[in-house]
Design a protein around this ligand. Structure first.
Ligand SMILES: Nc1nc2c(ncn2[C@@H]2O[C@H](COP(=O)(O)OP(=O)(O)OP(=O)(O)O)[C@@H](O)[C@H]2O)c(=O)[nH]1
Ligand SMILES: [Mg+2]
Length: 323
């Protein structure tokens, strides 16, 4: 898809392809953001944000590049934050996935990217979390996200290139209808709340419901993330986490506490997200290809040589929530 961004006078600001957002209604909505800015809903500073978004969309056409940085190389399966609320307890890659990666039999996975959407109340720290991970920076000053923003992050998982397209959405009510247009097609939904403000935890139900409405049931991995961990310690932290873990289990989400300020758990969290999304992509690709294989005689499936025997793991559904 190509987005042409123009100001109110029709001047072309940028033309930009957006990978994995294959719907022309997104282009229309993007123009709505721009028009809203020009008519003064967000002020002139918003225009700069849109220009920068357009610039980065333009520069992220392909998820693949020559190399990924060493700290984006994932060789063993990243661990959960707490076994009390995790999507799966395995500490190694799924048998079929390991075999596929070893034999470089991962189909188109290395060419694709997974869409991650981050939602939650305003001021909970969504942008800070993403910026800490993608740019290793932390800004004490609050700058509200206008509509949506995104980052691309390249990984190498089990030797295979893999990218996350991380969408940062605005928590402010007035931008909600714009941001929600970007929920669809998500492989991962991250619902963030502020550990020091338990009201924001209560609101995560609604954020999740809204994000899930735009996606196929069971298609997304769900994460509940408590932010600003540096501001809490001892019993207060334990109590907030216990409540969050309870809710995460209700939501069938994996729970993490993080701090964008100190960086605590940020890299581990996104590595976990990348590994789970990658694993599911490979499994889906294998499944797609095996169901596309021609049938012989009474329905015998032609098997690939060296295909590993079915393991306990492989019998499990790959849906989120399976521990
Ligand atoms: N102490 C501390 N402050 C944080 C942390 N993360 C974010 N903040 C602060 O919280 C404020 C809000 O952070 P943002 O990341 O802009 O919040 P947001 O969720 O993106 O807000 P919207 O874009 O309006 O939805 C900023 O002043 C940040 O500096 C953290 O881990 N620790
Ligand atoms: Mg923000």
């Amino acid at each position: 898809m190509v987005i042409a961004a123009r100001d109110a006078g029709g001047t072309l600001l940028a033309v930009s392809p957006i990978p994995d957002v294959p719907d022309s209604s997104d282009a229309r909505l993007f123009r709505v953001v721009l028009v809203a800015m020009v008519i003064g809903a967000t002020g002139p500073s918003g225009l700069g944000s849109v220009r920068s978004l357009c610039r980065r969309m333009r520069s992220s056409v392909m998820p693949l590049g020559p190399t990924v940085s060493q700290d984006r190389v994932i060789t063993s399966f990243p661990k959960w934050y707490t076994p009390a609320a995790c999507l799966q307890l395995r500490e190694h890659f799924h048998g079929q996935v390991s075999a596929a990666c070893q034999h470089r039999n991962t189909g188109t996975v290395g060419l694709k990217l997974s869409k991650v959407v981050v939602v939650g109340d305003l001021y909970v720290g969504k942008t800070s979390l993403i910026h800490r991970f993608c740019r290793n920076v932390f800004d004490r000053d609050y700058k509200a996200t206008i509509g949506v923003d995104f980052e691309m992050e390249r990984f190498e998982v089990a030797g295979i290139p893999f990218s996350l397209q991380i969408w940062d959405t605005a928590g402010q009510e007035k931008f909600k209808c714009i941001a929600s247009a970007y929920y669809r097609g998500a492989q991962v939904i991250i619902t963030a709340f502020d550990l020091t403000d338990m009201q924001t935890l209560e609101h995560t139900r609604q954020w999740l419901e809204d994000a899930l409405r735009e996606n196929e049931p069971g298609a997304c991995f769900l994460f509940l993330v408590g932010t600003k961990k540096d501001l809490l310690s001892g019993a207060a932290c334990e109590q907030a986490e216990a409540e969050a873990v309870r809710l995460a289990n209700e939501m069938q989400a994996e729970y993490w506490s993080v701090s964008a300020k100190t960086g605590e758990n940020v890299k581990a969290f996104f590595s976990r997200v990348a590994a789970l999304a990658f694993e599911r992509s490979v499994l889906q690709d294998l499944e797609r290809r095996s169901s596309a294989r021609p049938q012989v005689g009474d329905g015998d499936v032609i098997r690939m040589e060296g295909h590993p025997p079915e393991t306990q793991d492989s019998k499990r559904p790959s849906s989120p929530g399976c521990c």
